[in-house]
Each structure stands twice: as C-alpha cells, then as structure tokens.
Design a protein around this ligand. Structure first.
Ligand SMILES: [Zn+2]
Length: 165
C-alpha cells in the first residue's frame, strides 16, 4: 500500500500543421492550424498522462502507448488519461491536483481555459477546483514563439487512498 503523496512532471511538444483540428485538453479549439502526431496530438492530455505515470513510478506514455501501434492512430487522447488513472487506482493512488501550462503563440486561449479545465477534471474524475489551466505565449522566440509548435507542462500530485479521508 503506498503512503502519503507523490508528485510527477509531464511535458509534451507537437509541431503545428495546417489543415488539422487543434485539440487541447480534449477540447477542440478553433484555429487555422492543428498539432501533428499519431493520435489526436493533444499535448495537454499527453503531458498529463506522463505526469500521472511519473508520480506513480509507472514509466511513461511512450512505453504504454507506443506510436508504432496502429491502435492509437488518430486516437482521442482521453483514453491515455483514463488508462493512467485506472493504473494509479490499481496501485491505490488517486489524483490530488494538477497544474497545467500550455505554451502557444496563437490562438488566444483565455476563452477556452474553462472548457479545458472542465474536460480535464472530468477525465480525472476530480472536482474542477483541483485542476488549474494556464496559458503563455512564446514571446515570439523559439519554436513556440514562431508558431511552429505548441508545448505543455503538467505537474500532478497524487495521494495514497489510505491516507485520504
Ligand atoms: Zn504528444
């Protein structure tokens, strides 16, 4: 039985391409570019999955869902998060809170942060107040600032079910 708290960090980067839907945290955001990748390329849910797996010492998303496996081609990334939550529960961990930073030059995400928060909380089966979504630009420098890519950082705290009232 695990004890106390653990913390995990997740990061993801995908290239931006024309003609693909932009999906962030399971929410489709209107934009003229989307993220390239094997699944729906949702950087938020990929980084979130890695943060959860890392906190529990369960490896990483590439080990669990290899992009050479055609089962995950075009997959909705929510399934990766749900599987991570299921694996954590098997080891008697539950999610405490998560803090998310999305790095994107465009589009402005302020109007979408609440929808992303709601969707992430639903995937994690935790109240919305335990999910925080932040968005930053790349200040016009680097791959994010030039609009070539988006990145996401997530930190997740998990809690032993034994110690939770
Ligand atoms: Zn990814």
């Amino acid at each position: 039985m695990p004890e106390g708290f653990r913390v995990g960090l997740g990061h993801d980067t995908h290239r931006l391409v024309a003609g693909k839907a932009l999906v962030l945290g399971g929410v489709t955001v209107p934009h003229d570019h989307g993220l390239a990748g094997h699944s729906d390329a949702d950087i938020v849910l990929h980084a979130l999955t890695d943060a959860l797996l890392g906190a529990a010492g369960l490896g990483d998303i590439g080990e669990l869902f290899p992009d050479t496996d055609n089962r995950w081609a075009g997959a909705e990334s929510g399934i990766f998060v749900r599987e991570a939550v299921r694996l954590l529960a098997e080891s008697n961990w539950r999610v405490g809170n998560v803090d998310v930073i999305i790095h994107a030059e465009k589009p402005k995400l302020s109007a979408h942060k609440q929808a992303i928060r709601r969707q992430v909380a639903a995937l994690l089966e935790i109240p919305e107040e335990r999910v925080n979504i932040k968005a930053k630009t790349g200040e016009k420098v680097g791959p994010v600032g030039r609009g070539e890519a988006m990145e996401c950082h997530v930190v997740a705290l998990i809690q032993s079910q034994k110690n939770s009232a």
